[in-house]
Ligand binder design. Structure first.
Ligand code: MN
Length: 730
């Protein structure tokens, strides 16, 4: 054990007058409980945690006026009743220490071990989720999130104990806060307790929540139940006796006991079945505990032979257990005077699971040396066993929810207004934006994740609140496709880019066609409508934009289309008017990576079907294709006074000197030039070759860079890269 005597605790103890009892009400009850089942050295850890906690919370008071430490000790007591291991008890004692006091997680880890620190930290994180003002319909998502967020289920158990004690003492809260906490308890925590099979905790949370939310209804049912219990006592005793004797006669060892009715379940039954209070309250509940599953069925036979069973009310939860592992036989009998009697029959083992569910797996067992991960493993095995049992039944919902709960492949995040969104693990801010609305996705430029400005590619984590920042006129970036995780975001981005391409294709098509028509001193707008319609019919196109789009995409050649659209008396000249390019055309005009054309270079354009046009230098080796497909090449010229920069490449041979690349980069940067990529190829012997990608305005700019580099010591040769054949022509 990494337990060491509490230094902080004892040193503070020395300073504080008064007994530890006065500072830690509930201390003795808790110690008595753990002494019952934990070995001495574990009890010592608990004692030390009490001291540490009492010192940390010293001076803090609860609303009720009690010293704060009373609350964590009471919560720990609830878990000691379930006989949970020492780590869980210690974590419960310290569960508010990280959040409410300066004692940091590291402190707790150093003193009580990592597991305890992790559990306390987990509880603290759960507390930071704000459930208020969430919609009722989202409760199920919250329950799942709660389970998905924790790796160690003991976090949930501590949280449930914390909540149970807070509900017991809810009287000191304001009415509004009381209702809010009560609703949260009924919607979130009680169902979670039920999911984990912590039945007694679930019942208490429900009754306390019900009382806080609807005090008047609670009192009415409570009064009716008390009255009924008084009346029922004798009557129930008779039935118990009759059943006991019948079992004995059949040679079955079993206990028969009357069952407590819970107020909230009565209330729910009334609402669900629209039943009157008397109808629900005057139902008797009995439980029969036996030693084996076989005996359960035999006992059932005896019971049915004693009192007539009500048709359609028998349920076999032994063969088909409930979602949380609950097993039992349920039947309803017609008692004397036809009063209905609800009977549950199960083994004592099944009863244990029914009462404490998953907590059974963290029960302290003397001599058990299993590490905590082994315990986790057992709990997981328990769940997967449940899944197997359920697999044959009608329980897809269960399997689905367990998958989400324990093997989370989803993240749950919030919008600023508190709506919850479920996204696949790995989802980014962009996925979130598209999940909210396609328009939000298309216009998002940045985001605040938990109020901190974060990049769009940020991967989301459970429980974060995301606020998307949009800008008018912003548009999706094609690179988003590389990191988004949802199909919705991916297809929305692609769809946007496609429509953008269409718009750009129409525009480029118009320029190409105008350029082709210029040879005949015409433009697209001058064309005769009838001639256009005839051409559209011939090409089976629906309108002029579709024709322009096809030209822009390179699927149709502008000079041929131009010829088709000309009045028949037009004379054809031999000259072609070049298209002008400015580098700002968008997706459908690109600049070849093989020859890096820059302004002042003689250029030529290649029509690439479906991809628009690619600009090459006339001297580019790839332009040899021109002779094979003359119809695919167009004359182009640079527009005047360009403002954008184009990328170009220089090749430098240098003597092998340390720091050459850095020196050259610095010199180039000194000419006000951005450097793209730089690569060094170690040649044989004394020479290495540096390839430098630079952003330049035009040939003059490039020449200045080349001159600067050439003057540097150690530089042997420098020249603009010549394209070689074989590199892709685009
Ligand atoms: Mn607490």
């Amino acid at each position: 054990m990494d337990y060491s005597p509490s230094l902080l605790g004892s040193s503070l103890l020395g300073l504080i007058p008064g007994s530890s009892e006065r500072r830690a009400p509930g201390r003795h009850e808790l110690l008595a409980k753990v002494e019952d089942y934990l070995p001495a050295e574990q009890v010592e850890r608990v004692r030390s945690a009490i001291e540490f906690g009492a010192a940390a919370h010293l001076g803090q008071k609860r609303r009720s006026g009690e010293p704060y430490i009373a609350h964590p000790l009471a919560a720990a007591g609830l878990l000691a009743d379930l006989r949970l291991d020492a780590d869980t008890i210690v974590a419960a004692i310290l569960h508010d220490v990280i959040e409410d006091t300066p004692a940091a997680k590291e402190d707790v880890a150093a003193r009580f071990g990592n597991d305890v620190a992790e559990i306390v930290d987990g509880v603290t994180k759960l507390d930071q989720i704000q459930f208020k003002s969430r919609e009722e319909a989202q409760a199920e998502s919250f329950r799942k999130m709660l389970l998905a967020m924790v790796r160690d289920l003991r976090v949930i158990m501590v949280k449930l104990a914390d909540r149970t004690h807070n509900m017991r003492t809810i009287g000191s809260m304001s009415p509004q806060r009381r209702r809010q906490i009560a609703r949260e308890t009924l919607e979130i925590y009680a169902p979670v307790a039920e999911r984990l099979g912590l039945y007694s905790m679930k019942l208490e949370l429900e009754d306390l929540g019900f009382r806080a939310l609807y005090p008047e209804r609670y009192r009415v049912i409570e009064r009716a139940l008390k009255r009924a219990r008084g009346n029922q006592k004798e009557f129930l005793g008779k039935i118990e006796k009759a059943l006991k004797e019948a079992l004995k006669k059949a040679g079955i060892e079993g206990e028969v006991e009357s069952r407590e009715k819970h107020l909230y379940s009565i209330y729910r039954k009334m609402r669900r079945k629209r039943a009157l209070l008397a109808q629900v309250v005057d139902v008797y509940g009995l439980r029969i505990l036996v030693d084996s599953p076989d005996t359960c069925y035999r006992a059932l036979g005896v019971v049915h032979a004693t009192y007539r069973p009500m048709p359609g009310r028998f349920k076999d939860y032994i063969a088909i257990p409930r979602v949380n592992g609950y097993q039992s036989l349920h039947t309803t009998l017609f008692g004397p005077n036809a009063v209905p009697i609800e009977v549950q029959i199960r083994t004592r083992d099944m009863h244990g699971v029914a009462e404490s569910g998953i907590a059974a797996h963290w029960k302290y067992k003397a001599g058990a040396t299993g590490s905590d991960s082994a315990q986790q493993e057992r709990a997981r095995a328990w769940i997967s066993h449940l899944m197997e049992m359920q697999a044959s039944g009608n329980a897809e919902e269960f399997i689905e929810s367990v998958k989400v709960d324990l093997f989370p492949d989803k993240v749950y995040v919030f919008t600023p207004k508190g709506a919850i969104l479920r996204l696949p693990r790995g989802a980014t801010v962009v996925d979130f934006a598209y999940a909210v609305h396609t328009d939000i996705g298309n216009r998002c430029v940045a985001a605040k994740v938990d109020r901190r400005l974060s990049p769009l590619r940020t991967v989301l984590r459970n429980g974060q609140t995301i606020q998307i920042i949009t800008a008018k006129g912003a548009s999706p970036n094609p690179t988003w496709v590389n990191f988004v995780a949802t199909a919705k975001a991916r297809s929305a981005i692609r769809h946007y880019l496609r429509s953008l391409r269409r718009t750009e294709a129409v525009e480029l098509g118009r320029q190409l066609l105008d350029a082709a028509l210029a040879d005949f001193n015409l433009s697209v707008d001058d064309l005769d409508a009838q001639l256009i319609d005839a051409a559209l019919k011939e090409f089976s196109l629906k309108d002029r934009d579709e024709l322009l789009q096809q030209i822009g995409l390179g699927e149709r050649l502008a000079p041929l289309v131009a010829r088709r659209l000309l009045p028949s008396d037009t004379t054809v000249s031999g000259r072609t008017t070049p298209l002008t390019v400015a580098g700002t055309e968008g997706l459908l005009v690109s600049y070849a990576r093989c020859c890096h054309p820059i302004p002042d270079d003689p250029i030529i354009a290649f029509l690439s079907s479906g991809r628009g046009i690619v600009i090459h230098r006339e001297t580019c080796a790839n332009v040899e294709d021109y002779h094979k497909h003359p119809d695919k090449w167009l004359p182009v010229v640079w527009k005047e006074d360009l403002t954008r920069y184009f990328s170009s490449e220089v090749r430098i041979e240098t003597a092998n000197k340390v720091g050459m690349l850095a020196a050259i980069s610095a010199a180039v940067a000194g000419t006000d030039t951005n450097i793209g990529e730089a690569a060094v190829a170690q040649g044989d012997g004394e020479i290495s070759t540096i390839t430098l990608e630079v952003e330049v305005k035009d040939r003059k700019h490039l020449a200045r860079i080349v001159r600067t580099i050439r003057k540097m010591p150690g530089v042997l040769r420098v020249a603009r890269t010549q394209s070689s054949r074989g590199e892709a022509a685009g």
